[in-house]
Design a protein around this ligand. Sequence first.
Ligand code: GLN
Length: 381
Amino acid sequence: IHPVYAEMERTVFDLMSGLAREHGAINLGQGFPDAPGPEPVLEAAARALREKSNQYPPGAGLPELREAVCAYYARRQNLAIAPEQVTVTSGATEAIACAVLALVQPGDEVILFQPAYDAYAPMVRRAGGVPVSVMLAPPHFAYGEEALRRAITPRTRVLMLNDPLNPAGTVASEAQLAMIARLCTAHDLTAICDEVWEDVRFDGTPHRSLTTFEGMAARAVKIGSAGKIFGITGWKIGWMIAQGELATAVSRAHQFITYASAPPLQWAVAEGLTMPDAMLADQRATWAASRARLKAGLEAAGFAVLPNAATWFLCADLAASGIALTDREFSERAVTEAGVATVPVSALYEGEGRPEHIVRFCFTKPDAVLDEAVARLGKWW
Ligand code: GLN
């Protein structure tokens, strides 16, 4: 057994969802909406299952989906992407794995901003790379030039950026993105841009990708997710976009991981991406209302809620809320004693000086579920 897996813990998301099932708790831990997803997209999948092929699609993805991804980015982010640059993957997590496997060689250092999706560091290690943490601090999780400069060495090859940032729910400023781009080009780094939350923003600002900054398009892999865009996390349809030999390399990695993803779901996502923006706007409005409701509820119950501009998550500062528990203690006790599952943010932080007083709540749930969760938490502590 490879030491990376021998020493690996069960991911906090699966752990908390398991505990939620075991204790019959409300699950505000792992991020997913309770709603089934937009009806027209579900309808398209049902139709595709009967009327289209259920056999292997082209490995890089159905041409219709690769084209739809390009049209979607042209419309929403004003990006000019060619279908040949797009590889469809079984979720963004597979895309991240492909990018890491294609880019990281033994001994390469990889910059990981912390907090980070807990998949990043183990994937880098399994590829023989060395994760180098750059800590971001609550409440703003701002990217600082000095800290990033200090982390870069002659062995640094890759930088991974998740913007908007899960679990924080924050968005990098243009100045911060420009700074990161400058350092990537100056040090010849390749960026893995995990932008799965690009269309789950509540600040009214269109997403601006790191790949749009000078010199970045040719040295970046941009990763997106239908699960996040449409709120259908179990479909596991994502994609990665790159140029030239970088696009070829990540696509080669994909061909020997999953080779291809379920064609009816690819057809449906292709249709969904070309549907009127009003469908996405309606869904975002629903999520925004849920976000406001949970924020108000948590604040009324005495929680200090951190600023949030994106994602399905709100974070609370336990220390500032007067709760003398670590986030892990809080999450373990809340799921068993109060019947509410959350995510301790320290589980998504590697490195010196990680905070242990931030807890994440997923808000994409019906009003009654959010109200009940708040009532349980309020009664409990
Ligand atoms: N990104 C999801 C979250 O933050 C979890 C992804 C997963 O569990 N595979 O909750």
